[in-house]
Design a protein around this ligand. Sequence first.
Ligand code: ZN
Length: 246
Amino acid sequence: QTPGSVGADLRNLVNAAALYAARRGSSVVTMADFTESIEKTLLGPERNILLTPLDRERIAYHESGHALLGLLVSGADPVRKVTIIPRGMALGVTVQSPIDDRFNYGEDYLRARIVGALGGRAAESLVYGVVTTGAENDLQQVTQIAHEMVVRWGMSPVVGPLNYAHDDGAAFQKPYSEATAKLIDDEVKRIADECFQDARRLLKEHRNKLDDLARALLEHDSLDEKEILAVTGLTPPGKPPLVTHS
Ligand code: ZN
């Protein structure tokens, strides 16, 4: 559950887990202590917010949309947990983490990330017909990944196998023409639109699973990987094919 962490991260994580064990009066550190430590480090502390039943239901559907797409889209990272307990800045959280450390990503994987990130909004639009501001952070992710696909990784056939990315912020003079800028914008939008349609279509096809998952979340607040699979009757999608180009 900790790919990408360096030694110092792991040390902090283990220290925090030991503190939780001590707080419980236990002389041994259990997996539950580690889980709590990972979640707190990753997601921030739990917050006590009073939500209306409708808001809670909406959040349950939003998170269920993310979680379900994490299971349905091949190449997506495994869904470890989904919760509608507000933590940090988030009203609900779906935790997905890769199987191992990865340094190179295929286009399928990136699209799976975008489809998953749009799952919350897609679920809201499917169930309620309207969307809320709750997807702001999701949309930031979508924009960033789709933009990098087009300008950095040459994944738009229209823009071509070119790298227009720059790392030093706003001061940089664009190395491309206004016509190319327009192409880039159009392609980023196309990718996001296609992924949103995929997200909505998949959730519509599996509407009963979406309802089951949201209902289970409303009842239990949080579900772990095993519980999510049990509720949906799904198995995790297979490992994405390895990318071997360097
Ligand atoms: Zn979301």
